[in-house]
Structures are given as structure tokens and as C-alpha cells.
Design a binder for this molecule. Sequence first.
Ligand code: KG4
Ligand code: ZN
Length: 347
Amino acid sequence: MKILGIESSCDETAASVVEDGEYILSNVVVSQIDIFAAYGGVIPEVAARSHLEAIIPVVEKALSDASCTWSDIDAIAVTHTPGLLGSLLIGTLTARTLAILHDKPLFPVHHLKSHIYANWLEGNKKPEFPLLALVVSGGHTQIIYMRAHNSFEIIGTTLDDAVGECFDKVAKILGLPYPGGPNISRIAKSGNPEKYHFPHPHTENPLNFSFSGLKTAVLRAVQKECGVGPTFPSSGLSSMLTEPQKADFAASFESTAVSYLLEKLKIAKNDKNDIDSIVFAGGVSANSLLREKAKITLEDKKIFFPDPSFSGDNGAMVASSAYYEILSGVKSKDPYSVNILPRSTIK
Ligand code: KG4
Ligand code: ZN
């Protein structure tokens, strides 16, 4: 079964043809990172306009790269929730129109499910159930228990910022361009992770996370290092830091964020004593320190990370997610009435 997956929930316009939920026949991603690096973050109206320009050429390229015509496509899948309203609208309306025009079944999918299903794309081994999924993206940080395909129970979540957002905010303090995560990771490699000690924020439920406190702890430490008070604006700090100081802050922050994530996952793994596999999902799962430390911390379980090129937003994971929904008995939706939902939890 060949599914065309379309993704436009944030700042990537992407489409991919995937066979049987696994084999990637094409994968086209047009990123708006260059546009938003200049602004230091995503501007929703600009993102929507860029999706509008890119979406049709991206879909056409996904089909031609896969050597497919419309008659080869069995279904269309699209991210319809959660994400930026204008961005979701472009992908979803395009998918609805294409489904009507070419008479294809339409499957609207949840963005976080798709991130999880990036772990089922091409690879020799597949995760097995029951499993824990750690979803770590720019908008979400959740621990999800899956008993079977298409069965999701959120057992831990962030009470404030997402971990990716925290990486992006700390990067801004250090004067690094958007998106912060990869840039923090890059400069952290030459820094000392032991130089600064940041606390693991306490949460009443030990499976929940809090990242706004960690971001503030970094901000206060940078202000202290620069010899200024807590009211000094964060935007003025980076020019007062040397490159080695920035590297030490990046390394100390990254190491704390990673150990905090893994500490929670370890508690979850012990709470649910039937876990077979642990899968990582979302943009932050590209992080090399997280990959390295996860294997050590969670050594007794089977650990899965998506190929780094599929950690971020892409159409292949959308197609794979829809494939497993279909196998679980989910029916296609009426293309005339599929709606977008900027916010929603995984169910
Ligand atoms: O999943 P994603 O591409 O988009 C959302 O669904 O939000 O995640 C984007 C987030 C950004 O916050 C970005 O800084 C972070 O993933 N990220 C990373 C790395 N690569 C991307 N964070 C840490 N280390 C990385 N290597
Ligand atoms: Zn995402």
C-alpha cells in the first residue's frame, strides 16, 4: 500500500510516498529555517504564506521522485493537529482537495503520533509492545505508554515549556541562531558540562517535566557570569560572553536537559514493569548526547531512535502513522469535512 504523507504543521513543507508504512519511495522537505533564522523564531503568518508557495511543487516532486502517478497512490495522509493554525490549514486543505480530485481515501493524523511512527520507517528491527515513547519536540514533551499500535496513554507531560522550546530559548540567551537545539549541541561539544550545575526542576508527579525553571536557572547563571543583575535583559548578554564561556553554558545546559529527560524515563520504565522497547521521537531526538546517554541509562531495554534525518518534521512519518491506523481498523474521513485543530492531545 502506497500512502502520500503531507506535513505542514510548523515551518517545514513536506511530502513523501511510503510503501507499507516502511519503505520510503520519496521524501521532500522544504524548510523555512533560513527565513526564520533572521527573525530568531517562527512567525506564523510568514510560515503559512511560505507553505502556500511550496506545497504543490513539494507534493509533485514527492510523486515524481517516487516514480508514481496518482493511480499508484492508495491513500493520502495529512497532519491536521496540533500545530500553527495557518500552517495546518495549507497542508490540510491541499490534502482534502487532492483527495476529492483524485478520489483517494483521506487520513488526517496527529503530529505526535507521526513523530512516534518515524521509528517504524526503514530499519531492520522494529520496536515491540508494550513500549514507552518519549516525544521531545519544539511544542511537546511527553512520555507515552503504548500497549499496541494506535493505543496511546500519556503518563507524563511538561507543565510549562517543551524541551525543544527550552533549547531554543537558551540558544537565544547565548546569541545562537534559530533553531537553537542543533546549535547548542554543536558548540556544547567543545564545552565543559560540569562547569555549571543546574537543578532538575521538581514536579509533584515524578513523570511530569518543568522546563521553564531550567531556562531561568541558565539565564541567572549567565547574568551572574556577566556581572549583571536579574533585571538585565537577556538579549544583551551574549555579546558579553566569550566563545568558551558560551560553550560551557551550552554543554552544562544540554547535559542537564538530557539527564532530566532520561531520569523521568527511567522512573516510567520502572513504574510500568512490562516495557519491551523505548522509542524516542520529535526534533530533540536528533540530539547526539541524548542518543549516547539513552543507551547507557536504559541499557536493559531495546532503544529506538529515528534516523536523524527523520527526527524533525517530514511527510514519511505521516504516511507511516496512517498506515498503522489503517491496520488498526481506522476508517478514512470525509474530505469535505476534515478540520484542523491547533491544539489537541494524542488519544
Ligand atoms: O519535531 P520538530 O522538528 O518540530 C515540532 O514538532 O516542534 O522539533 C523542533 C525542535 C526545535 O525546538 C529544535 O531546536 C529541536 O527540535 N532540535 C534539537 C536538535 N535538533 C532539533 N534539540 C536538541 N538537539 C538537536 N540536535
Ligand atoms: Zn514536529
